[in-house]
Design a protein around this ligand. Structure first.
Ligand SMILES: NC(=O)c1ccc[n+]([C@@H]2O[C@H](COP(=O)([O-])OP(=O)(O)OC[C@H]3O[C@@H](n4cnc5c(N)ncnc54)[C@H](O)[C@@H]3O)[C@@H](O)[C@H]2O)c1
Length: 332
């Protein structure tokens, strides 16, 4: 764990939008342990990662509001008394964004604008943390990708996430509102949905291996990626929220451990103790939006926040498999 993430949140009023999902619920566990008053705001939309099992251990310690960021009035009622707002609500599927582009705009642009506008009108002191995505930069023009890399997103989801990120930075620049962005990369760990493999494929591979079903590899599996353990990602958000220097900034974060896709799949099989690989051609249209090689430099986030990845892929896989070994039925 990054050391100074354990202070400063006691008695803070915190809103976690998208908090029944994967990253939001893991952060909710952390914030409850730190003594924060946590309200979760989630629309419980399928096929995304919301799951009441994600907050089973803390259900008496958090308040859950089932509402949608596309509903401006609902957002307004929840932002007023908050010190911190962590916004993880998103349409998160790259392929679904291509099939339903207007829905993606509604959630990933308008929904986020509603949060910003509600705060501007009613609570412009709230510290807003927004989850961007590594795919905002598109194919890597150089490696490792850093915050100077140009943005050339290759699908609707990533374009709209970039727009939302720019809205946040503009609200800081023009209105002085405290916002900060972490561009999240592939993240894995306990509490990720495992119902389908439309996104968050590493966790889906764990399910397939646990159920002894073959893991599908599109193409030759030589794509380079990195996979960040969710506790490290939560550390980054907590540190950013507590560090005034991060206001108006965005950060890329990664595990610092680039790995070939096929090697990741083999590591999943070893962590689970069973499973097999099956090579298959890309589905139509998928190859064009698949980034071939991607990993990032953590220098800026380390310099600004003292953040660094602490959990190796091997350790993270062991922790994740241990979680699902007891609770698989709640996630499939
Ligand atoms: N997990 C990753 O690997 C990853 C990678 C890059 C970026 N991100 C970003 O991190 C954030 C969290 O991702 P996650 O993996 O936890 O996803 P998730 O699907 O597990 O959680 C998203 C949650 O948001 C909720 N939601 C969706 N639209 C909503 C709306 N309009 N109003 C209210 N709630 C809504 C869903 O019901 C779900 O519970 C997203 O913004 C995503 O773009 C995640």
């Amino acid at each position: 764990m990054n050391t100074h993430t354990s202070t400063g949140m006691e008695d803070a009023n915190v809103l976690i939008i998208g908090g029944l999902g994967f990253i939001g619920s893991n952060l909710a566990h952390r914030l409850v342990a730190l003594g924060a008053h946590v309200v979760i705001f989630d629309a419980c939309l399928d096929p995304y990662g919301w799951n009441y099992a994600n907050i089973k251990e803390i259900e008496r310690d958090v308040e859950v509001i089932v509402a949608d960021t596309r509903d401006f009035e609902a957002v307004k009622t929840q932002v007023t008394d908050k010190d911190y707002i962590f916004n993880f609500a998103a349409q998160v599927s790259h392929s679904l964004s291509m099939e339903r582009p207007f829905m993606d705009i509604d959630i990933n642009c308008r929904g986020n604008m509603n949060v910003l506008e509600a705060c501007r009108r009613l609570n412009d002191d709230a510290v807003i943390l927004f989850a961007g995505t590594r795919s905002e930069s598109g194919d890597a023009q150089y490696l490792p990708v850093d915050e100077h890399h140009p943005d050339n997103p290759s699908d609707i989801y990533s374009i709209n996430k970039l727009a939302a990120e720019k809205y946040h930075l503009m609200y800081t620049h023009v209105y002085g509102m405290p916002t900060s962005i972490i561009r999240v990369g592939n993240t894995y760990g306990p509490r990720h949905q495992m119902k389908h493999g439309q996104y968050g494929v590493l966790n889906y591979f764990i399910r397939r291996a646990m159920l002894d079903e073959p893991i599908m590899i599109y193409g030759d599996g030589q794509q380079i990626r990195e996979y960040c353990y969710v506790d490290d990602v939560c550390d980054a958000f907590l540190l950013s929220a507590q560090t005034p220097k991060s206001i108006g900034e965005y950060f890329v974060i990664g595990s610092g451990e680039p790995v070939k896709f096929i090697d990741m799949a083999n590591q999943v099989i070893s962590a689970v103790g069973k499973g097999s690989l099956q090579h298959t051609p890309y589905p139509e249209g998928r190859e064009k939006i698949d980034v071939q090689k991607y990993y990032v430099a953590n220098d800026k986030i380390t310099e600004y926040l003292g953040w660094h990845p602490t959990i190796t892929l091997k350790e993270g896989l062991e922790k994740t498999v241990a979680f699902y070994q007891n609770r698989l039925m709640e996630y499939i």
